[in-house]
Design a protein around this ligand. Structure first.
Ligand code: ZN
Length: 221
């Protein structure tokens, strides 16, 4: 069945499925672990709607192109069109928050980087963005930092807080809207904290966003 945005109670979100805009190196620790400079403006790339897939017990990853890394990220769903928006406009234009994996073919990405080529082959393939159901944005306090974490087979592999973001969520989405108009149903992935690493078939995943959302999944074996 084709992917559709869902609320956390599994009911459908009344929005179309659009593009996914992503940011690289939004947490300084993660930039450093890959040996990258901390950027002074957000590094943006996109995944097409065909990259979206449910975060569930059957996450399919490519098995013949080297390492596939997990990058756990907070995802936001856009409810109103955003074009050259301010951070304040963004705050009132989001439908919900979810947890997503920015799946990355790391060996492929490193080869592309060396050649100065775009990253799509490494990050935009079918199923490259498993995403959970959305928590209604109206229930989320924007004043408190949000914690996020990813456990794999019970080990905490990634852990961070939105307080560590170089570009906070509303500012980031506002910045993006100056380059890419965001339409209702588009998703923005807000970057990954340190601790990325390879996934293996059979891995059991548990991702958390504060006390708002816990999701479990597994890599298909
Ligand atoms: Zn990422």
């Amino acid at each position: 069945m084709a992917y559709q945005h869902l609320w956390i109670d599994n009911t459908p979100v009344d929005l179309p499925v659009g593009k996914v805009v992503c940011v690289g190196r939004n947490y300084a620790e993660h930039a450093r672990e890959l040996g990258n400079e901390v950027p002074d403006s957000p590094i943006l790339f996109m995944k097409p709607a065909t990259a979206l897939a449910p975060f569930n017990d059957h996450i399919v990853i490519p098995t013949d192109q080297g390492e596939v890394h997990h990058e756990i990220e907070i995802a936001v769903l856009v409810r109103e069109p955003l074009h050259q928006a301010t951070a304040r406009e963004v705050q009132y234009s989001l439908a919900g928050y979810a947890l997503a994996l920015d799946l990355t073919l790391r060996d492929v990405q490193n080869a592309l980087k060396e050649k100065g080529q775009p990253w799509e082959r490494a990050k935009a393939f079918d199923g490259a963005c498993p995403i959970s159901g959305f928590v209604d944005a109206r229930g989320i306090s924007v004043r408190q930092p949000l914690e996020l974490s990813l456990r794999i087979n019970s080990d905490v592999r990634q852990q961070g807080s939105t307080a560590q973001m170089l570009f906070p969520i509303f500012e980031l989405v506002a910045h993006i809207s100056n380059t890419f108009t965001l339409n209702p149903g588009d998703v923005v992935l807000t970057g990954t904290p340190a601790g990325v690493g390879p996934l293996q078939p059979g891995d059991q995943l548990e991702a958390r966003m504060g006390n708002l959302l816990t999701v479990t999944g597994a890599i298909a074996g």
